[in-house]
Design a protein around this ligand. Structure first.
Ligand code: 13P
Length: 341
């Protein structure tokens, strides 16, 4: 196997205890929907201004090890023409690049989608490396329905994740593999656990089969919880127990860390669930992985509401970001209580 010592060091720095990752990699169309919700203009310049609000937040580096960027964002600059990547690196923050494309229907498998973006991936990773990226993200999507995800869908998307990870390593980049099990639905927590277990087992089987060095891979996972439309919603204690049990049954100990997506939960709920996982980690004291947050909506919803696309609201928006980051780093040590909100 190749010497991946440099990749282990990058993974370790992304998993620095007490810090997390800010996912600012919304695609242009997702970002536009979020801008529409706050009544802001939906164009490239407003999207750039929004990312500038995030990245120029004073003290960002005290809470954040890495920022996930979208292709357009990694090419953007601040008002004074400093590339965002240079700004982040100057703060000691690792630029991470989302490299998957959008999802499309999986023909013949109603309700299921597959992730696009494999074309020229090696060349694109080399370009992103030269721009300063040292980690990447690829998201596969698994929706829970009565008779899916299918094994065909799981295998297809997990092969893509393995190929992506190989190409990242080839190009000096740490792959964050994100098999997202979708929160939306009316499934119970038991079904979420069964599906997440099936997906993670297959993904790691394939990563190993394709000879991916797991010590240089970070897992980005959903929490295990009942669907958003389920009649019985999961408590943080239930989520913590099911999530940790799922990882213990599926995630190899070579994986250095697991970071969470918020997946459409409220910011408060995503924080409480991270705290519940940390509580179990504390009481066990022997889990092999570092845990951290890697939220987009879970960190940014309050920022967008405070900002509303207006210059005069920038300080309030940045304050809202720091508040969410502080609460999540507190949760990462199992010391969060809802009263802190
Ligand atoms: P959310 O935290 O909004 O789920 O986004 C995280 C992410 O990176 C999704 O790919």
């Amino acid at each position: 196997m190749k010497d991946n010592t440099h990749l282990y060091a990058i993974a370790r720095s992304l998993l620095t205890p007490g810090k997390g990752i800010l996912a600012a990699d919304q695609s242009a169309s997702t970002m536009n929907k979020q801008l529409a919700e706050i009544g802001a203009q939906q164009d490239a310049e407003t999207r750039r201004q929004y990312r500038q609000v995030l990245f120029t937040t004073p003290g960002l580096q005290d809470y954040v090890t890495g920022v996930i960027l979208y292709d357009a964002t990694i090419r953007n600059c601040t008002d004074d023409d400093t590339p965002f990547v240079d700004l982040l690196i100057s703060k000691g923050i690792v630029p991470i690049i989302k490299v998957d494309g959008s999802t499309i229907d999986h023909n013949g498998f109603p309700g299921e989608v597959v992730t696009q973006g494999m074309d020229n991936l090696g060349e694109r990773l080399a370009e992103y490396y030269n721009m300063g990226a040292r980690a990447a993200k690829w998201r596969a999507v698994f929706t829970i329905g009565p008779d899916y995800p299918s094994e065909q869908n799981i295998v297809y998307d997990c092969v893509m994740l393995a190929r992506y990870a190989q190409l990242c390593h080839e190009n000096g980049i740490v792959p964050i593999v994100e098999p997202e099990v979708i929160f939306k639905g009316n499934h119970d927590i038991g079904r979420a656990e069964a599906v997440t277990t099936q997906v993670l087992q297959k993904m790691f089987e394939l990563l190993v089969w394709y000879k991916v060095d797991l010590k240089a891979v970070i897992l980005k996972s959903s929490f295990v919880l009942a669907g958003s439309d389920a009649s019985a919603q999961s408590t943080p204690e239930e989520v913590g127990a099911a999530t940790v049990r799922t990882f213990e049954n599926t995630v190899p100990h070579d994986i250095p860390g697991i970071v969470f997506l918020s997946g459409g939960q409220t910011p408060e709920r995503a924080t409480a669930n991270l705290d519940a996982v940390a509580d179990i980690e504390k009481s066990r004291g022997n889990l092999p992985w570092q845990f951290a947050f890697s939220y987009s909506r879970g960190l940014e919803d309050p920022v967008q509401k405070a900002w509303q696309g207006k210059k005069e609201n920038v300080p309030a928006a940045q304050e809202a970001l720091i508040k969410r980051l502080r609460l999540n780093t507190t949760a990462d040590t199992g010391e969060y209580t809802p009263e802190m909100e």
